[in-house]
Design a binder for this molecule. Structure first.
Ligand SMILES: NC(=O)c1ccc[n+]([C@@H]2O[C@H](COP(=O)([O-])OP(=O)(O)OC[C@H]3O[C@@H](n4cnc5c(N)ncnc54)[C@H](OP(=O)(O)O)[C@@H]3O)[C@@H](O)[C@H]2O)c1
Length: 310
């Protein structure tokens, strides 16, 4: 896969959201290295050190700006400060894990505010400048979860589904203005969203919930089976950088072995088989968690008895 070096006479201006870690950080460094005039944004500038260090290590630079995609004032300020731009990479995203039954209305809305409305609002703010110049590119980082379901991350999957629908719809609207709109659907990759940013719902450990054991089963299956097999983010970022410059980009790109495998199964009509496989893995993990919990309880009881007879 080729990533094109930018001509030094006409460097394109690219703005990327969510550059404090993961895909955003790596895309910002890669874009700067390729000669793009790179505007790397993040909601909390106190988290800019990893990006600064990575830019320095690659002997390159980027303009680092504050942008919270859920804040209208923050969006207005960035457009005023850095617009117009040639390429917008809508990368910022969050997830909040638990059964949908345990998720509060506020949590579900928070996921949509970031993963969907944040992108819609930022895109609306930057697109008029692209329309005026009859040129532009918008790259939306969706997810494999936006093509299929994702148990225990229903709000996340739903937000990515609507993002894919939004991308496909505005792609046709903006085509007459020379603006390409593309979505990418990565599978699991080793970034902070599956580590420190893997937020759990505040009711995740609510013992009164009928989903209590299933939430824990999912978490165990996730940690034991998904996280160790997740792909390296550099591979995904290579595709993002490639399609920032691709002459005739396709409407969407599935990234990662797991995502490609799941997509092929869907094509073959084997989506239900995969769904059952996921269900069995969570059920197995739930049993193991229950066993571990029962053993812990028995050990505590034994200890109390031993102390009482001393
Ligand atoms: N890694 C995967 O397995 C995977 C798979 C499919 C899709 N994706 C998607 O890839 C994108 C990037 O995620 P990642 O994997 O690189 O995870 P990450 O390392 O957690 O990065 C997420 C970034 O989004 C930022 N962010 C969150 N809310 C924001 C807001 N309101 N305004 C601006 N920035 C905000 C985070 O900033 P803070 O540091 O301030 O929280 C962080 O910089 C997301 O859209 C995610 O859904 C990831």
């Amino acid at each position: 896969m080729k990533t094109e070096k930018q001509s030094s006479n006409t460097p394109k201006r690219v703005l990327i959201t969510g550059c404090s870690s993961g895909f955003g950080l790596l895309t910002a460094v890669g874009a700067a290295k390729l000669g793009y005039e790179t505007i790397a944004t993040m909601r909390n500038l106190n988290k800019s050190h990893p990006l600064k260090d990575a830019l320095k290590a690659q002997n390159t630079s980027a303009q680092i700006e504050q942008l919270d995609v859920t804040e209208p004032d923050s969006i207005a300020a960035i457009v005023e400060k850095v617009g117009p731009i040639d390429i917008l990479v809508n990368n910022a995203g969050i997830l909040i894990t638990s059964s949908f039954l345990d998720q509060t209305d506020e949590e579900m809305r928070q996921v949509f505010e970031t993963n969907y409305f944040g992108i819609v609002n930022l895109t609306k703010a930057f697109t008029p400048g692209m329309v005026e110049r009859n040129s532009g590119r918008i790259v939306n980082i969706a997810s494999l979860a936006g093509l299929g379901g994702h148990p225990f991350n229903a709000a996340y999957a739903a937000s990515k589904h609507v993002l894919v629908g939004f991308t496909k719809s505005i792609r046709t609207e903006l085509a007459p203005f020379g603006i390409d709109v593309i979505s990418v659907e990565p599978g699991y990759h080793k970034t902070e969203i599956i580590r420190v940013n893997a937020n759990q719902s505040e009711n995740f450990y609510n013992r009164q919930s009928p989903m209590f054991q299933w939430n824990r089963g999912f978490l165990k299956a996730f940690l034991d089976e998904i996280v160790p097999r997740a792909g390296e983010p550099e591979a995904a970022v290579k595709t993002i950088l490639m399609l920032m410059a691709a002459e005739k980009p396709k409407s969407h790109y599935v990234i990662g072995k797991d995502a490609k495998f799941a997509t092929i199964l869907q094509w073959l009509g084997l989506g239900d088989w995969l769904e059952k496989k996921v269900y069995r893995a969570i059920r197995r993990a739930r049993r193991l968690e229950n066993k571990r919990e029962a053993e812990k309880k028995a050990r505590r009881k034994q200890k109390r008895r031993a102390e009482a007879t001393r």
